[in-house]
Design a protein around this ligand. Structure first.
Ligand SMILES: [Zn+2]
Length: 447
């Protein structure tokens, strides 16, 4: 088992064995377990394999589809053994036995649990006025700390749902906006340096990371406590208010300030994650008869400030259309006055126009929900024709990828009419992956 692909295959196969009726799918060397028709899939990624010092494997799973929605949720695992194979098999077995039942009960299918003596707990919680059913399980381990000591620490912190409850009660986990089940992973390594981790949806949720600041360090070894919970909405999301949107935005702003984060990319920096003004009577008069939900949104949420792309910039475009927001790279979102549907006009990029939401509320909520769940970027079209993508291809033809960060250049993006615009989030992120600073985008609007 020298190849990590083999490790991935074994891990995926062992997980599949724990879900009767599931199938293993291979696509360009990547393995996914499909639990069955209408059920979630589990994509397997190997993070690291250590055959040098001890036989260890660390892996990441993404659970998506069938109740979890297409964004999905991340969950980590690890295993050690006498041999690498034993480490992989143990890692997969332990994960599937501890969290397989959580997954199935979380999507309302406890009847599919095949694990003997499954251990999970269910309780209700309310986040931002929305009720959820929480299903939680745990899987602990120690390094230079025996089993009894690890379980003593769990008891000391509050028992089987200690980490999940502490994070939920701490107020830093926002309600989601969609009806999908969302995963909440909590981990605390107690040792010389305490290692806390919280994942909400796909990515790290740093606003909740300070939950265990009071837990003392230990001189040697690690007591590794891990919980995975699923949050299943029991009722629709309550109506948006300006206060609730601003709470979401404040939490999202705390996620980080690099190009991949909602607040750190050029669009997020431009609107500063702050809602602007609501519509004035003069604006409403100018825009004429508005679809009901659009009117409510403009009067009660905002027409400027934080929003998808470079933020809300609601204005008349004429011929039955309102401009909503710039996505970057020349693409923008529009509202059709006739029925209130929201479209993404990316003709400057890939030549397409597509409808993305039935109304402005749904469009805005989808943006919030995707960010809350750690989805990479919002606003999807084929970016390969975007101006930055062309520039990147040219740069890669002339320089080695690892040298791109040192190449000095400026990139001006202009629409067909010559109007200067910033990059879209996907393009800025792509540049960041090559170490190219966002300051190269000379036409990005800045505040
Ligand atoms: Zn782009």
């Amino acid at each position: 088992m020298r190849e990590s692909v083999t490790v991935q295959q074994v891990l995926a196969q062992v997980i599949a064995n724990h879900f009767p009726g599931s199938t293993l799918r291979e696509e360009s060397g990547e393995y996914t377990v499909d639990l069955g028709e209408g059920l979630p899939s589990i994509a397997v990624t190997i993070r690291s394999v250590d055959e040098q010092n001890l036989n260890a494997v660390m892996f990441t799973l993404v659970v998506y589809g069938g109740g979890f929605g297409m964004v999905g949720s991340t969950i980590n695992g690890s295993g050690y053994g006498e041999t690498l194979r034993e480490a992989v098999v143990m890692a997969a077995c332990n994960w599937a036995c501890a969290f397989g039942p959580v997954l199935l009960a979380g999507i309302g299918r406890p009847d599919l649990i095949s694990t003997e003596d499954p251990r999970y707990e269910q309780f209700e919680t309310t986040l931002d006025g929305r009720r959820y059913l929480v299903t939680s399980g745990h899987l602990d381990r120690g390094i230079n700390a025996d089993k009894d000591e690890v379980s003593a620490w769990r008891e000391r912190l509050g028992g089987s749902i200690a980490l999940t409850s502490a994070v939920l009660d701490g107020g830093a986990i926002p309600a989601s906006r969609s009806n999908d089940v969302i995963g909440l992973e909590t981990y605390l390594g107690i040792g010389p340096k305490n290692l806390p981790e919280v994942k909400y949806g796909l990515d790290d949720w740093t606003p909740a990371i300070n939950t265990w600041q009071q837990v003392p360090n230990r001189e040697d070894g690690y007591r590794m406590l891990r919980e995975w919970a699923t949050l299943s909405p029991l009722e629709p999301a309550p109506p948006l208010t300006r206060e609730l949107v601003q709470r979401y935005l404040d939490l999202l702003a705390a996620l980080g300030d690099d190009a991949s984060s909602p607040a750190g990319w050029l669009g997020g920096r431009y609107h500063g994650m702050r809602l602007g003004e609501v519509a004035t009577p003069e604006q409403l008069a100018e825009w004429g008869a508005l679809p009901e939900r659009a009117k409510w949104f403009f009067e009660n949420i905002a027409v400027t400030g934080a929003g998808p792309g470079y933020g809300l910039d609601v204005r008349h475009l004429g011929q039955g259309w309102l401009h909503l927001a710039e996505a970057g790279c020349g693409a923008f979102w529009v509202l059709r006055l006739q029925d209130g549907a929201v479209g993404l006009d990316s003709r400057e990029c890939d030549g397409q126009v597509q409808q993305v939401a039935p109304d402005v509320m749904t469009w805005f909520e989808k943006w919030l929900d995707q960010m809350l769940r750690g989805a990479p970027t919002y606003g999807v079209w084929d970016h390969s024709a975007d101006v930055p993508a062309h520039s990147l291809s040219k740069l890669l033809a002339e320089h080695r990828p690892e040298n791109l960060a040192d190449v000095s250049f400026k990139l001006a993006i202009r629409t067909g009419e010559g109007r200067p615009v910033g990059p879209c989030h996907a393009c800025e992120q792509r540049f960041a992956q090559f170490g190219i600073a966002s300051s190269v985008f000379s036409t990005a609007p800045r505040r």
